[in-house]
Design a protein around this ligand. Structure first.
Ligand SMILES: *[C@@H]1O[C@H](CO)[C@@H](O)[C@H](O)[C@H]1NC(C)=O
Ligand SMILES: *[C@@H]1O[C@H](CO)[C@@H](O)[C@H](O)[C@H]1NC(C)=O
Ligand SMILES: *[C@@H]1O[C@H](CO)[C@@H](O)[C@H](O)[C@H]1NC(C)=O
Ligand SMILES: *[C@@H]1O[C@H](CO)[C@@H](O)[C@H](O)[C@H]1NC(C)=O
Ligand SMILES: *[C@@H]1O[C@H](CO)[C@@H](O)[C@H](O)[C@H]1NC(C)=O
Ligand SMILES: *[C@@H]1O[C@H](CO)[C@@H](O)[C@H](O)[C@H]1NC(C)=O
Ligand SMILES: *[C@@H]1O[C@H](CO)[C@@H](O)[C@H](O)[C@H]1NC(C)=O
Ligand SMILES: *[C@@H]1O[C@H](CO)[C@@H](O)[C@H](O)[C@H]1NC(C)=O
Ligand SMILES: *[C@@H]1O[C@H](CO)[C@@H](O)[C@H](O)[C@H]1NC(C)=O
Ligand SMILES: *[C@@H]1O[C@H](CO)[C@@H](O)[C@H](O)[C@H]1NC(C)=O
Ligand SMILES: [Zn+2]
Length: 320
């Protein structure tokens, strides 16, 4: 696996160069650059007509029985979460190559690249992006994937109306507990290593995506066509928002809104309320019923080149 390490490092170097070029100074915390300004400061495409997130009104959801079960490849692999970064806008965890989703009414397999989170201000001030019947949840967990046929090329993905697939899991409080589940305790223990924007910590093997979704029913979900929820808000995303939630202790939720800075100095503001407000409604579908089949087959054949592109794409700044 040495080649993997080298290519990841190269991808990160390239990313540093690229980030210096990131010209749209969008933010969450300041009225001069927050989400209300994005349609103006990032005209294309934050001013569009199929923007995310949205409020899902359950009584308006139509049935579509073509929305079958997903297959989650390498979600059970404890070696694929490589590193965690404070981007100044979120906490992002990059994946090694070989993580995929398919099925779920998607036209082909999609390569999963990273997950990141959105939150409010502690477990009592909610910060999910999607809302359900007007209810905002404490946090939201996003897994970002792009069509496998694009071989990691995000330029191609954002130019395709269904080039990307995002899985959204709403997070709520697991009452009367501390430090549960253990997987989220492990994950949030790394936050102390990335308190400043730009810091990255390597993750030790042992934690899988399945571990972070304990007991979550992944057969029942809402589906709509939308966008990235950060500039440039490309209208290229097939959204899947799961009906079941991830439940974690309030003290772990609180860590996100108390430990991280939006800048690279300890004097910079604490990272809170990192979510976009809901956008105009879109047609939402679901299927009437489902089974519990999971297919965690393993398929990890991939070239150094495509891994490099994947890693590069992670840091090109889209879907923070
Ligand atoms: C993190 O991992 C990368 C690639 O695997 C490696 O190059 C780097 O030295 C590691 N950093 C630390 C601080 O261990
Ligand atoms: C918001 O941004 C403006 C313009 O950059 C700046 O003058 C102001 O101090 C900022 N306010 C806060 C609360 O960060
Ligand atoms: C958004 O802005 C772009 C660039 O200014 C413009 O071409 C487009 O028509 C706008 N879209 C909408 C829906 O206003
Ligand atoms: C139902 O889902 C399938 C698979 O995603 C999709 O191709 C089709 O357009 C959907 N039909 C409606 C009416 O949304
Ligand atoms: C977040 O919550 C803390 C603790 O309640 C409070 O001191 C702080 O002002 C809040 N920040 C924002 C931006 O609301
Ligand atoms: C992605 O695809 C576009 C369009 O084909 C191409 O111009 C670009 O060079 C590709 N990017 C990478 C990193 O290969
Ligand atoms: C983007 O998509 C349009 C229409 O599908 C196509 O004409 C154009 O070549 C694509 N651009 C890139 C960079 O792939
Ligand atoms: C559990 O938590 C709920 C809500 O926070 C609270 O109302 C209840 O009293 C708690 N129960 C126990 C046994 O602590
Ligand atoms: C994270 O920070 C803690 C406390 O500073 C330190 O003990 C630990 O070694 C760091 N972990 C990594 C992986 O850097
Ligand atoms: C901290 O951020 C500032 C402005 O964003 C940048 O100029 C500086 O190089 C950064 N310092 C470090 C140590 O990353
Ligand atoms: Zn997101």
């Amino acid at each position: 696996m040495k080649w993997l390490v080298v290519v990841v490092a190269v991808g990160i170097l390239v990313a540093d160069v690229y980030c210096a070029d990131d010209t749209i100074p969008w933010c969450y915390h300041n009225a001069s650059c927050n989400d209300l300004t994005w349609p103006v400061i990032a005209t294309e495409f934050c001013n569009g007509t199929r923007q995310s997130p949205i409020n899902i009104v359950t009584t308006d959801v139509a049935m579509n029985d073509s929305l079958t079960d997903f297959a989650f490849t390498n979600f059970n692999n404890p070696n694929i979460l490589t590193d965690m970064t404070n981007t100044g806008k979120t906490v992002k965890v990059n994946f090694a190559s070989g993580v995929q989703i398919s099925g779920g009414g998607l036209p082909e397999a999609y390569d999963s690249l990273q997950f990141h989170l959105h939150w409010g201000n502690g477990s009592t001030v909610p910060g999910s992006e999607h809302t359900v019947n007007g209810v905002q949840f404490p946090m939201e967990f996003h897994i970002v994937s792009i069509k496998s046929s694009f071989n990691g090329n995000t330029t191609l993905a954002v130019n395709d109306s269904i080039g990307a697939a995002a899985l959204g899991f709403l997070i709520e409080v697991l009452p009367n507990t501390t430090d549960e589940p253990a997987s989220w305790k492990t994950l949030t223990d790394y936050l102390e290593n990335i308190t400043l924007a730009g810091q990255t910590v390597n993750l030790t093997a042992g934690l899988s995506l399945d571990d972070l979704l304990p007991g979550v029913d992944r057969t029942q979900y809402y589906r709509y066509l939308g966008s990235l929820t950060t500039p440039n808000c490309f209208e290229a995303v097939v959204w899947t928002v799961f009906k079941d939630t991830v439940k974690i202790s309030s003290n772990l939720i609180d860590k996100f809104s108390t430990m991280l800075h939006i800048g690279n100095e300890t004097s910079s503001e604490i990272m809170v309320n990192v979510f976009r407000r809901v956008q105009p409604a879109q047609p939402v579908t679901t299927r009437s019923s489902g089974s519990d089949d999971d297919d965690d087959s393993s398929d990890a054949t991939r070239t150094c080149l495509s891994l490099g592109l994947l890693v590069l794409s992670l840091v090109l700044g889209w879907s923070y």
